[in-house]
Design a protein around this ligand. Structure first.
Ligand code: IMP
Ligand code: MG
Length: 342
């Protein structure tokens, strides 16, 4: 294997394909394992990050996935579009009222945005999630949108997120910047026009959080062992639903309840995602779905040779070390191949 180290400092976590790679699970693992001091969520409510903790399943649309580590400060970056009722509901559910902070410049998604998202024939054709993120982004660009500082219910949470994140980095704290979706849904690098309404690459995640590129120590690119996509647009080597079911790849979206389409892992796309994100390390989730004998393994040595070859091929083609491997749904169903930095 290529060698990776445990990175302290600032790590950006991004998805490689069409989202749903398992970023929520990876971030929740890192938060508990590395005692993440600060986690900044980017993107918007269209993403659902699944975290399974003590048999309870959370599908988080707004609250950062690091909430599972109770000392983690949770922040929502200025580039985020906030859906106020969903955010307030999740703050309640996760009990993070006293440790969440929201940037005053976050955009607000209003009811009208969601109505536009659901009624527009064009957006329906793209198969959007219907949350209203695209129309809210349009309004932000027109500079007529509401921002968090205008919303009474958010006043108690307002904080300068960029300052908090940069101060934490300067103080050598452990900081995670949580990306959403995946590179193939990027407004600029994805399968346009079948994409989301923002760039999803690591650079954009930094920009949304207010952290400059020189402050980042590591970019962790999350792959799933096979690919899935919800909504319309190309998916190379797409399987039929029957095939997906028989392979164990058939998934239902955590956020919208929609059926996901699926396809085998694509090494060319993986290589491109590594390049554009400037990945320094990679995570591979759901290895147990491809190689059932690996279920809940916690050491690399336990893996079958076929599974090891699959990981090695990802490393060879992308040039990026695979440092974290997911072998089951729970937070600690993980093989952590990082070495402690001395
Ligand atoms: P929108 O982001 O709701 O505008 O949807 C645009 C496209 O991105 C659609 O194909 C959605 O299914 C997809 N999409 C948006 N967010 C996610 C996500 O978190 N996971 C997977 N697909 C997503
Ligand atoms: Mg998801």
């Amino acid at each position: 294997m290529l060698s990776g180290e445990i990175t302290m400092g600032c790590t950006v976590v991004v998805g490689a394909f069409w989202g749903d790679e398992g970023k929520g699970k990876i971030i929740s693992y890192l938060a508990v394992r590395d005692k993440t001091d600060v986690c900044v969520r980017t993107g918007s409510v269209n993403a659902a990050h699944t975290v399974i903790l003590k048999d309870k399943k959370y599908a988080l649309h707004m609250v950062p996935s690091a909430f599972v580590y109770e000392k983690s400060r949770l922040l929502i970056g200025a580039g985020v579009n906030i859906h106020v009722p969903q955010l307030l509901k999740e703050i309640e559910e996760t009990g993070v009222k006293n440790r969440i902070g929201i940037d005053p410049q976050c955009s607000i998604i209003e009811e009208k945005h969601s109505a536009m998202d659901k009624s527009s024939a064009h957006l329906k054709g793209l198969g959007t999630t219907g949350w209203g993120v695209g129309p809210a982004q349009e309004e932000r660009v027109r500079r007529t949108g509401k921002i968090a500082r205008d919303v009474p219910e958010l006043q108690q949470y307002l904080t300068d997120v960029a300052s908090e994140a940069n101060t934490a980095i300067a103080d050598d704290k452990n900081v995670l910047l949580e990306g959403t979706q995946g590179l193939m849904l990027s407004l600029f690098f994805g399968t346009y026009p079948y994409v989301t309404s923002r760039d999803t690459s690591a650079s954009a995640v930094c920009a949304e959080a207010g952290v400059g590129p020189t402050k980042v120590d590591s970019v962790l690119l999350v792959f799933k062992s096979f690919m899935t996509r919800v909504g319309s647009g190309p998916l190379p080597d797409e399987c039929s639903k029957e095939e997906a079911v028989s392979l164990g790849w058939f998934e239902i979206a955590a956020g919208t309840g929609r059926e996901r389409r699926s396809a085998p892992f694509n090494f060319d796309l993986a290589k491109r995602a590594a390049m554009i994100n400037g990945a320094t390390e990679a995570a591979v989730t759901k290895l147990d779905v491809l190689f059932p004998e690996c279920k809940r393994s916690t050491s690399f040595e336990q893996l079958s040779s076929a599974a090891k070859e699959f990981i090695a091929k990802i490393e060879t083609i992308t040039g990026v070390p695979v440092t974290i491997i997911g072998t089951g749904p729970a937070v600690f169903d993980v093989i952590d191949c990082r070495k402690l930095r001395v």
